[in-house]
Design a protein around this ligand. Structure first.
Ligand SMILES: *Cc1c(COP(=O)(O)O)cnc(C)c1O
Ligand code: SF4
Length: 344
């Protein structure tokens, strides 16, 4: 039998045998044109034209594997609505601003951000494999944040200098956009810092580009002296198809603690049925619901906002249907607080 490993895959771009890991190829082939997306899904071309006009400074980007989980012909598909630019994004709305969390105050070194005791974020890249329209990155001043791998030495020095830190959280953008050799190098450094005990990875790539969980990466993580956890980001049960399930099952052997954070989004997951299905699907895949975030009030995202009160009602409804460990914490970030603010 000839395995897929032995059959050279030809690059769509160069026609030559492919040497890149599969996830890099899939990232390069992601859809960047809303017209193409509408064509694939059999949607009205006017939607695509409106989306081109609405993209503004935050471009359209979605991997093909994520599109394959959308329902053809449905303009209100919950996965589609997360990525398709809408004209109202460009309107100014009172209460929505570029930096609602005043995060620039928490930056301790280029690419290192600490707000809470004992743990800090390393911002490894400003990039991501998808552009969710509700993302804070749409307004985040990445050019000034120093969130590039080149700034990691300064960030590592800040971690090294603070013995109260027990946990480092890899974040971004999406930290798994950094490739395996670079992550291995970073892990070597982190493991050499004696006061660190835990490493947490916050990434949506296991959901939107599951091939990113390479066996090389999982092997390296399972061999770490740090206790590793992975916080994925899925908002709707339809995001968790068999490709994601397979990747998460493989991750389970290497990463003892797997959690999910979701964002509560109007028209996408603001119903008790959808949230209950999401929790059940996550549990089936060995992932515990962790946070359900209320949206940060970032410019251009107001169409997705759900009120605090509605969020609390939904959590109450989940408690009546699910075991306690299947109910996420409803949380919002407030500037200057010593932890995330839990509303339920
Ligand atoms: C969300 C967040 C964390 C992690 O908070 P936990 O409650 O530990 O999950 C850490 N640092 C910053 C800056 C955060 O925004
Ligand atoms: S996956 Fe996260 S970082 Fe990437 S665009 Fe979506 S919300 Fe932003």
């Amino acid at each position: 039998m000839i395995s897929a490993m032995q059959t050279p895959h030809l690059s769509r771009q160069t026609g030559k045998p492919e040497t890149r890991p599969r996830w890099k190829r899939e990232l390069a082939e992601a859809i960047r044109d809303p017209d193409e997306l509408c064509q694939i899904l059999g949607l009205d071309p006017a939607l695509g034209r409106a989306a081109v006009g609405a993209s503004g400074v935050f471009p359209f980007l979605v991997p093909r594997g994520f599109v394959a989980r959308m329902q053809p012909g449905n303009p209100t598909d919950p996965l589609l609505l997360q990525v398709l630019p809408q004209p109202d994004e460009l309107h100014e709305v009172p209460g929505f601003s570029a930096d609602p969390l005043a995060e620039h105050h928490a930056r301790r070194a280029g690419g290192m951000l600490q707000k809470y005791a004992g743990r800090c974020l390393l911002l490894l890249t400003g990039g991501c494999a998808i552009n969710c329209r509700y993302c804070f990155r749409r307004e985040f001043p990445y050019a000034e944040s120093g969130a590039t791998p080149a700034s990691t030495p300064a960030a590592l020095a800040a971690v090294q200098a603070d013995p109260t830190l027990r946990e480092v959280i890899l974040s971004g953008g999406d930290p798994l956009l950094i490739d395996d050799p670079q992550l291995e190098h970073l892990l070597d450094h982190l493991e050499a810092i004696p006061h660190l005990r835990r490493l947490r990875i916050h990434s949506r790539l296991p959901v939107v580009l599951p091939s990113r969980l390479t066996s090389r990466l999982l092997d390296r993580l399972s061999g770490s002296r740090l206790t590793v956890s992975l916080v994925i980001h899925a908002n709707h049960p339809a995001e968790l198809d068999e490709t994601v399930a397979h990747a998460l099952r493989q991750a389970a052997a290497a990463i003892p603690l797997r959690l999910n954070q979701a964002v509560l989004l109007r028209g996408i997951n603001d119903s008790a049925d959808t949230l209950a299905d999401l929790s059940e699907r996550l549990l089936d895949l060995g992932v515990s619901p962790y946070y359900l975030h209320l949206l940060d009030a970032v410019t251009g995202t107001s169409a997705f906002a759900v009120s605090d009160r509605r969020g609390q009602e939904l959590i109450t409804a989940l408690r009546q249907r699910l075991p306690g460990y299947a109910v996420p914490r409803l949380a919002r970030e407030l500037p200057g607080e010593p932890s995330k603010h839990w509303l339920a």
